[in-house]
Ligand binder design. Structure first.
Ligand SMILES: Nc1ncnc2c1ncn2[C@@H]1O[C@H](COP(=O)(O)OP(=O)(O)OP(=O)(O)O)[C@@H](O)[C@H]1O
Ligand SMILES: [Mg+2]
Length: 339
């Protein structure tokens, strides 16, 4: 469905895509992750025929995105990063217009518009001018125009960005429904969206593809996991009690004054850990399995491997929005990483 081979993009002297390759097969819902400035929107704009690559090749549905860009645009649905709507038009007018320019035959336009109005929950606003709509409803109109011509492939650039939590839930449910019938490539900073809807994840960092796999494959590649220990002892005393080298323990941030450590799970069974700690007279406040999350995988892939420092801490749920947090990194790398 999508074939990308060594795709490069320079903006003037700045190289935004360093030669990325990946494929998306029919029926897949693929999450496209990466810090701010990583190259997600650039890749999507090339795939949708709106931007020319500097090098490499990309094809969609067997059609080259450069040589057959018009045909490509007719067969895919694209929700760009900032939804460009004709705000002086009414919702129904705009959707009819979108259907016509995408080649929906005149006699089918009415039915096509009714279908997306229903699918995107636009009944309430269909007669309103777009400029009257809230951001969430505009986003839905953006989704509706992307699917009005029943495209085989949907390319959605941050479809839930800027929505309130209720709208996020609704738009996410809509995307999940779309994913049952369409092939979808979706960029997002919400890892929960990926967990909920995506069968596979691509991670891009500074213009390079750094991971391609299922959520579980990405997480399994992490040097994380293990057990969390909260004890009334320092690292050396705990290592002595466990009869393990100090290096097997990674210190985590203290919680209400109680020290925390991570121990790789394969080293000792949990009952043996508890037994050794209590036998040494150390108070054991907490012993809990640490399961690495997709957020850990994202951070590991895009911040460099640092399992002890930034990654070892428990408590990541995968629900956090990671984009804002990594914005600083993304920005500083942008300057340094692109030559
Ligand atoms: N029109 C442009 N002119 C010059 N540089 C650009 C242009 N568009 C993007 N870039 C640069 O290309 C790089 C990739 O940008 P891109 O918008 O693809 O990132 P992104 O992964 O979509 O980020 P975000 O999460 O912030 O949306 C960045 O360094 C960005 O500054
Ligand atoms: Mg973007």
């Amino acid at each position: 469905m999508i074939e990308v081979e060594n795709l490069q993009k320079d903006y003037g002297p700045a190289r935004a895509l360093q030669g990325i390759s990946f494929q998306v097969r029919r029926g897949e819902v693929v999450g496209f992750l990466g810090p701010n400035g990583a190259g997600k929107s650039t890749t999507m704009r090339i795939l949708t025929g709106y931007l020319l690559p500097t090098g490499g090749r990309a094809s969609v549905l067997g059609m080259d995105v450069v040589n057959e860009s018009l045909a490509v645009r007719q067969r895919i649905g694209y929700l760009p990063e900032s939804t460009p709507l004709y705000t002086e038009m009414r919702v129904d007018e705009y959707l009819r217009f979108a259907a016509e320019i995408r080649g929906v035959p005149g006699r089918d336009v009415k039915r096509a518009v009714a279908r997306v109005v229903d699918a995107c929950g636009l009944e309430r606003v269909v007669g309103k001018d777009i400029h009257e709509l809230s951001k969430g409803y505009r986003q839905r109109v953006g989704l509706a125009q992307a699917m009005v011509h029943e495209p085989d492939l949907l390319i959605l650039d941050e479809p839930t960005s800027g929505l309130d939590p209720n709208q996020i839930v609704e738009v996410r449910a809509l995307i999940q429904r779309l994913g049952t019938e369409h092939t979808v490539l979706l960029s997002t900073h919400y890892l929960q969206e990926v967990e909920a809807a995506c069968s596979r994840v691509l991670v891009i960092d500074r213009g390079r593809l750094v991971a391609d796999g299922t959520r579980d494959e990405l997480v399994a590649a992490l040097p994380l996991g293990g057990v969390l220990l909260r004890v009334a002892a320092d690292r050396a005393a705990l290592a002595r009690a466990l009869q393990l080298p100090v290096d097997d323990l990674i210190e985590l941030p203290a919680d209400r004054g109680i020290r925390g450590f991570r121990l790789a799970v394969s080293l000792l069974p949990e009952h043996e850990i508890a037994r050794r700690i209590t036998a040494a007279g150390i108070a054991l406040h907490e012993l809990a399995p640490l399961r690495p999350s997709l957020e850990d995988a994202f951070r590991s892939l895009t911040l460099g491997s640092d399992p002890g420092g930034r990654l070892g801490a428990q408590g990541s749920t995968g629900n956090e929005r990671i984009g804002d947090e990594s914005a600083e990194d993304g920005a500083s790398r942008e300057g340094g990483g692109i030559d």
